[in-house]
Design a protein around this ligand. Structure first.
Ligand code: TRP
Length: 333
């Protein structure tokens, strides 16, 4: 039997997890576990590239970890852990930093965007963020990296750096491929459907469905979702961004196709359609929310899972880090 290919991915614990994180990534990861060896991490080191309140960071990180497990990421078969618990991430980052050119980092669109948004805090970590991400991936010899469109440039950089390393030092690093899945949905805001779902600029919470929202809040948010005036459930992201986003959400949750969805609602107005979308989301999230609350109430279980994740990740990462250190020429200890 051929060994399974390795999948690595990670998510930052910045803010309260929401529907976009789930349908765009986590739900998709859950489905990959049958066919791949999976390693998933809470990328807390990446989060501090923008200023975080320590207590919120701690809370958000633990919540995200619990949510990973509640959603069905299997920490027995695979590894689920915190990035900050495995020092090999930062150690490998240093070795790779010395092989990454400033010219390459200058081209990263996320860096350019974030330095505009946080112009008072353009720190070195924000700049070298893609190198840390490359280290995450390479440490676990990942073959495939499921990411959204906004991260593919970082995976490309990771490939370039890995190839450069291998050319210099021998065939040590596995050069990964980005894995952009058709099943994952890019969820847009409910009140601002032209932009990715996130806290809205004007602070309105109606733009975002949080994974911990109770059913009546979810229903109310979908009811208020922005649509258009022609009352036709038709997929047309250009001209009908709001309705298309709802179709996308419905499709991702139910597994139906776009044409099936259009057909199903061809004789309904937006009211009935929105109710159906909300109900599908509530049905999908309810069991997850139950498991999440039970996990959050079970501190001993969570603590043990966190500890074991850290140990297993550290153990798996150690040999690759050692090979890299030896190859670069550091004296053996
Ligand atoms: N930068 C990614 C994001 O913000 C998260 C991330 C960190 C990641 N390390 C990674 C994703 C490694 C894939 C592989 O979405």
């Amino acid at each position: 039997m051929k060994p399974k290919k390795v999948i690595f991915s990670a998510m930052q614990p910045s803010g309260t997890p929401q529907l976009g994180n789930y349908l765009g990534a986590i739900k998709n990861w859950v489905g990959l576990q049958e066919d791949y060896s999976c390693r998933f991490c809470v990328a807390d080191l990446h989060s501090v590239t923008v200023r975080q309140d320590p207590e919120s960071l701690r809370q958000n990180s633990l919540s995200l970890f619990a949510l990973f497990l509640a959603a069905g990421l299997d920490h027995e078969r695979g590894i689920v852990y915190f990035q900050s618990h495995v020092p090999a991430h930062t150690q490998l980052t240093w070795a790779l930093s010395c092989l990454t050119y400033m010219g390459e980092l200058n081209r990263m669109t996320q860096f350019k965007d974030k330095s505009q948004k946080h112009s008072d805090n353009i720190n070195a970590g924000l700049y070298t963020y893609p190198v840390l991400m490359a280290a995450d991936i390479l440490l676990f010899r990942a073959d495939l990296v499921p990411v959204g469109e906004d991260q593919t440039q970082h995976v490309e950089l990771c490939r370039d750096v890995a190839e450069r390393f291998n050319n210099l030092y021998g065939d040590i690093l596995t050069v990964p491929e980005p894995f952009v899945s058709g099943a994952a949905a890019r969820v847009m805001g409910l009140s601002e459907p032209s932009r990715k779902m996130s806290k809205s600029e004007n602070g309105s919470e109606n733009n975002v469905v949080f994974l911990t929202d109770p059913p009546e809040i979810i229903a109310a948010k979908f009811k208020r979702a922005v649509t258009d005036s022609d009352n036709q459930v038709r997929f047309d992201p250009e001209n009908k961004p709001g309705v298309s986003n709802l179709i996308n959400i419905y499709r991702a949750v139910t597994g139906k196709t776009v044409p099936e969805t259009e057909k199903e609602f061809e004789n309904s107005g937006y009211g009935a359609f929105k109710t159906a979308v909300a109900e599908s989301v509530i049905a999908e999230l309810s069991p997850l929310q139950d498991r999440y609350s039970r996990l959050m109430a079970d501190a001993p279980f969570l603590e043990a899972a966190v500890k074991r994740g850290a140990e297993r990740a550290a153990e798996e990462a150690a040999p690759l880090l050692k090979k890299v250190m030896d190859a670069v020429g550091f004296a053996p200890r």
